[in-house]
Design a protein. Structure first.
Length: 262
């Protein structure tokens, strides 16, 4: 679905030594179907749609809708950024063939809670169902000029991986076990291999930006910081009228107050 709205291509040749770049740009304005898809992604980031349908059998749709509304993000510094995280996961899944084993936002107790740690842990599955790659992903969304956002996103990604990766992976494993997911055994094998062999993790920084405020200085500043994570891919998603789009999408799912990340 996103492919009818966004097109993407690796930047070749890439002018940066510390990371590669993928550019994602709009083919056209998002259609009504794409907007509905984006709204569903935002809802699904908080609640599994199948769960909502089953819950409605007991509580009725009005009762379910009230609980969904209460769980919508309330933290004024995170709402627009949440769209960036959700879009990043969708791009990884729809464009790049990754599986997102855990939607982190579903495990926030309250709508205004932001769980700590890297935004997304994504899996690339091999032909026989094994895990061939684990990717740690951080996302940043900006509607105004901010030439230091990529540096801050990278630093968050680096520090989380160095200091908290085992805890984050164990968290994912626990969620897979709770729902008896077939990926649990493969994920535990990956964790064991990760402890006894060379680290094969990969890294991704997704930058979702208002097209008219984008500057290559964002990437140049990141390059100047001497990136150490390898391999690192920076995905630049440029969207026209990003603030208006996110306002409309969040309003459609019941969020009334929306502000940008700091």
């Amino acid at each position: 679905m996103l492919g009818s709205w966004l097109g993407w291509s690796p930047r070749e040749p890439c002018p940066y030594d510390g990371f590669s770049v993928i550019d994602a740009v709009e083919r056209e304005e998002p259609s009504d179907a794409v907007r509905r898809h984006l709204q569903d992604l935002l809802r699904n980031a908080r609640f599994d749609i199948g769960f909502l349908r089953d819950a409605a059998n007991y509580l009725g749709w009005s009762g379910v809708q009230a609980r969904v509304a209460a769980a919508q993000p309330q933290c004024t510094t995170a709402r627009r950024g949440e769209f960036g995280e959700v879009l990043s996961s969708a791009v990884l899944s729809e464009f790049h063939g990754y599986t997102i084993p855990v939607e982190k936002l579903r495990f926030a107790i309250r709508g205004d809670q932001s769980l700590p740690g890297t935004d997304v842990i994504a899996l690339k599955l091999g032909l026989e169902g094994g895990i061939s790659k684990v990717c740690f992903v951080e996302s940043k969304l900006r509607t105004a000029r901010d030439t230091g956002a990529a540096q801050r996103g990278y630093e968050q990604l680096r520090s989380d991986h160095e200091e908290r990766a085992p805890d984050m992976l164990f968290y994912v494993a626990a969620r897979l076990h709770e729902r008896r997911d077939p990926l649990f055994a493969e994920f535990m094998r990956y964790m064991l291999t990760r402890e006894t062999a060379s680290d094969g993790d990969s890294f991704r920084l997704t930058l979702t930006w208002e097209r008219t405020t984008w500057s290559e200085t964002v990437l140049q500043n990141l390059e100047d910081d001497e990136v150490e994570l390898d391999p690192l891919i920076v995905e630049v998603v440029l969207i026209h009228d990003l603030a208006q789009l996110t306002n409309e999408l969040f309003t459609a799912i019941g969020v009334e107050m929306i502000t940008d990340d700091e």
